[in-house]
Design a protein around this ligand. Structure first.
Ligand SMILES: *Cc1c(COP(=O)(O)O)cnc(C)c1O
Ligand SMILES: [Zn+2]
Length: 418
C-alpha cells in the first residue's frame, strides 16, 4: 500500500498532544470525543515534492491531484469518481451589481453528488478501504449522506445513513437511489447525530462523521487548494463559505494554511463565515464572546441547520487565524441571493450554498468587505437538491391555451413587469 509519505501524525485541537498514526485514529486518546484531531504533515519534506513544478506537470484534473497532501494511501484513487476541480467562475454581472471589481464563484455544486461533501466522502471511502471495512456509516443533514451513498456505491462498499426527518426530498431520494441503507430519524439533526453514534459503536461500521474522523477535513481542504491554483496561487482577499458543523470552513482554512507553509501563496484569504439567523451558534458565540451554546435549528438552509456544531474548535480557529469575520443573514436574504445568483450568473445553488453569497452581499453593504477587495464565494451545493425552497422566490407559470393571441398578451404583460 502506497501510504502518504508526508503524513506524520495528529495533534489534538483541545490539549495539543501529538500522536503518531499508530497511536490514534479518530479522536484524542486523552480528551475523548471532544478532542478532535488535526492531521499533521512534514511540510519541509512535502515542499520538495509538492511545488509549482509538480502542479505544472500534473494532468489529473480532480481533487486527487492533491493526493500527496492528503493522509490517504493512493491505491484506489483510480477507482474513484471524478471529484473536485470544479470551475472557478469569474463573475461579471453579479460583480457589477454588487459594485465589486473582482468576484469569483467556486461552483462545488458540480461535484458527482452535487455538493462539496464529495470531497470528504471520497477520502472517507478510501480510509474505510484502508481500514478493511465493508460498511461505512454517517449521520448528516442530507448532503454528506447523499454524497457518501454516491461514493460508496461507486467503490462497491455498503453504506448506512442517518438523516433527520426534515431532510429535503431531493437528497433523500439520492441516498436511496444510490442503494444505501437509509434511516430517517424521527427527530432533528442533534438526535440523528447521537443515534448514529450509538449505532456505529454497536455495529462497528467505519465512521464518516466529519468532526470525529480527522481525515475528512483533509478532503474538504482541496477546495482551497483548487481556488488558489486556479488563480495562479494568488487567491482573492476574501473567501466566503457557509458554516454548519464547521468542517468545511476548517478545511477551507487548512488548505490555504498549507499552501502558505509550502511557500506557494503569500497570504491566507480572510474567511467570511456565514450562518443563518435561524441557527447561528457560532455567530452568537463570536458576538457575545461566550463559549458556544446549543442553538435552535430553524432555517430553510437545511445543510447549515446545525444546533450543536461538531467541529467548533477547528471552525473558530479557522476564522480567527485568517482574520476572518462571522456574519449571519436571514432566510429571506438567502432566498433573494439564490434567485440573484440564478438570474445573473446561471448558477443554481441550494439555500445553504446561496447563504455564502447572501453573506457577501451583506458584508459589502455594511462595508465589512471594501469594494476594491477581491472575493470568492463557494457554492457548496446544487439547487436541484431542494427545488421546494427555490419555488418560494419564483412565480410558477399557469397553464396557457396554445393560442398565439393569448401568448401575445402574456408577453406584453411580462414586458411591462420588467
Ligand atoms: C455541509 C454543508 C455546508 C456546511 O459544512 P459544515 O462542515 O457542516 O460546516 C454548507 N453548505 C452545504 C451545501 C453543505 O452541504
Ligand atoms: Zn487531547
Amino acid at each position: 500500500m502506497a501510504k502518504n509519505k508526508y503524513f506524520i501524525g495528529y495533534r489534538c485541537t483541545l490539549c495539543g498532544s501529538f500522536f503518531t498514526p499508530e497511536q490514534a485514529s479518530f479522536t484524542c486518546p486523552h480528551c475523548g470525543e471532544k478532542g478532535i484531531l488535526d492531521v499533521i504533515y512534514d511540510y519541509k519534506k512535502m515542499k520538495k515534492g509538492v511545488n509549482l513544478e509538480y502542479f505544472e506537470k500534473n494532468r489529473d484534473y480532480s481533487m486527487w491531484r492533491y493526493a500527496p497532501m492528503i493522509s490517504i494511501a493512493d491505491d484506489h484513487i483510480k477507482d474513484m469518481l471524478r471529484i473536485g476541480w470544479t470551475p472557478l467562475i469569474r463573475s461579471n454581472n453579479l460583480a457589477k451589481l454588487l459594485g465589486l471589481k473582482t468576484l469569483y464563484i467556486k461552483d462545488d455544486g458540480l461535484n458527482p453528488s452535487g455538493s462539496s461533501k464529495d470531497r470528504a466522502s471520497g477520502v472517507g471511502v478510501l480510509k474505510a478501504l484502508e481500514a478493511g471495512a465493508d460498511t461505512i456509516a454517517t449521520s448528516s443533514t442530507g448532503n454528506a449522506a447523499s454524497s457518501l451513498a454516491c461514493q460508496a456505491a461507486h467503490i462497491g462498499m455498503k453504506a448506512v445513513i442517518f438523516v433527520p426527518k426534515r431532510a429535503p426530498i431531493g437528497k433523500v431520494t439520492q441516498i436511496s437511489l444510490y442503494g444505501a441503507t437509509l434511516i430517517k430519524v424521527d427527530g432533528d439533526y442533534k438526535d440523528t447525530f447521537s443515534f448514529s453514534k450509538e449505532a456505529i459503536k454497536r455495529y462497528g461500521w467505519y465512521n464518516r462523521n466529519c468532526a470525529i474522523n480527522p481525515h475528512l477535513v483533509e478532503g474538504k481542504k482541496t477546495v482551497s487548494l483548487e481556488i488558489a491554483e486556479q488563480l495562479d496561487f494568488k487567491p482573492t482577499d476574501w473567501v466566503a463559505v457557509s458554516v454548519g458543523d464547521g468542517c468545511t470552513v476548517a478545511g477551507v482554512y487548512k488548505g490555504f494554511y498549507e499552501l502558505k507553509e509550502l511557500g506557494l501563496i503569500e497570504k491566507i484569504p480572510r474567511i467570511l463565515a456565514v450562518q443563518s439567523e435561524g441557527c447561528e451558534p457560532f455567530v452568537i458565540a463570536d458576538h457575545t464572546k461566550q463559549p458556544l451554546k446549543e442553538a435552535e435549528e430553524n432555517t430553510i438552509a437545511d445543510s447549515i441547520s446545525v444546533g450543536i456544531p461538531r467541529n467548533p474548535i477547528k471552525a473558530i480557529n479557522a476564522v480567527k487565524n485568517s482574520s476572518g469575520i462571522w456574519i449571519s443573514i436571514t432566510d429571506e436574504e438567502i432566498l433573494q441571493a439564490e434567485a440573484l445568483l440564478g438570474r445573473t450568473e446561471g448558477i443554481f445553488a441550494e439555500p445553504a450554498a446561496a447563504a455564502s453569497l447572501a453573506g457577501v452581499v451583506k458584508a459589502v453593504k455594511e462595508g465589512i468587505i471594501p469594494k476594491e477587495e477581491s472575493v470568492t464565494f463557494i457554492v457548496t451545493g446544487n439547487g436541484l437538491k431542494d427545488p421546494a425552497n427555490a419555488q418560494k422566490v419564483i412565480i410558477p407559470p399557469l397553464p396557457m391555451k396554445p393560442d398565439l393571441e393569448t401568448l401575445d398578451k402574456f408577453l406584453k404583460q411580462k414586458e411591462k413587469e420588467n
